[in-house]
Design a protein. Structure first.
Length: 270
């Protein structure tokens, strides 16, 4: 009997760590349940290639900074390949409303195909072509309007004034405009904004404030000090585009994605 006792103690000892481990898993599941943004970021419907970019795009921190919650009406302007749609659609599916405001052009049909591929996830996404949103998204009905790495396209195409006005009209009084874009140092020639894909913080502030928005703060969540923003082929030199192909590929991968500003504006409350 004495020989069996140590084995029993050993088995008991092996069982002890399982309780804290189970508690850790329960705590993790409880944390995700308590944090709907974290749960949406962890959604199994997301594609591995997009998940790999979380290290540069910090979606949970970014959406939290912009104040996105599951019960809001949210517009994403120019979702294109659907990177943020993979997170926003499950986040807003049950309690909120999610409009994908996609400019007409080459990305519109591709985005329709993207939505159709996973109807169980994206069946409640309301796709609205831009600039034909009038009547499809009620004016003054949106809590938060988000756009990621798109303002530089507006500036390069000369559509920035009209687009910011549309943003202002869609938002409720007190609503939030959240912008992430590639950051050009303030000391650089402003002419680079037309060709490089980078913009100055002051340029975006000027555009937003001219449309009637109030500046509500910034975050360094998406900053990358390794990006010098002076590439011959613009921001597209860096990943994920890697416009130089195999030339200096390792160098650009080591730098990572661009240095990005994260800016929050607010439509004045009545």
């Amino acid at each position: 009997m004495n020989r069996l006792a140590p084995m029993g103690l050993l088995l008991t000892g092996l069982a002890l760590p399982l309780a804290p481990l189970a508690a850790q898993h329960a705590e993790h599941g409880s944390h995700q349940a308590a944090d709907p943004i974290a749960a949406a970021v962890a959604a199994s419907s997301r594609t591995p290639a997009n998940i790999a970019r979380d290290a540069y795009r910090h979606p949970a921190e970014t959406l939290a900074f912009f104040g996105v919650t599951p019960g809001q009406t949210v517009v994403e302007y120019s979702p294109s390949g659907g990177w943020y749609t993979e997170i926003l659609a499950p986040l807003l599916r049950d309690k909120g409303t999610f409009y994908a405001l996609q400019p007409t052009g080459r990305y519109l049909d591709g985005y329709r195909t993207f939505l159709a591929a996973k109807p169980a996830v994206y069946d409640r996404v309301k796709l609205v072509p831009f600039p034909d949103q009038a009547g499809q998204i009620p004016a003054g009905s949106v809590d938060t309007l988000l756009t990621f790495r798109n303002v530089h396209n507006m500036v390069m195409g000369g559509t920035e004034t009209a687009t910011f006005k549309a943003f202002y009209d869609l938002l409720k009084p007190g609503g939030t405009l959240g912008i992430v874009d590639h950051r050009l140092p303030e000391s650089r020639d402003t002419a680079l904004e037309k060709t490089s894909g980078y913009l100055k913080v002051s340029t975006i502030r000027r555009l937003a404030e001219a449309a009637g928005f109030e500046y509500a703060g910034s975050s360094e969540i998406n900053a990358n000090p390794k990006d010098t923003a002076d590439w011959e082929k613009g921001v597209w030199t860096l990943p994920p585009t890697l416009r130089n192909g195999e030339t200096d590929r390792a160098k650009y991968l080591a730098i990572g994605e661009s240095d990005r500003m994260t800016l929050k504006f607010r439509k004045p409350a009545k």
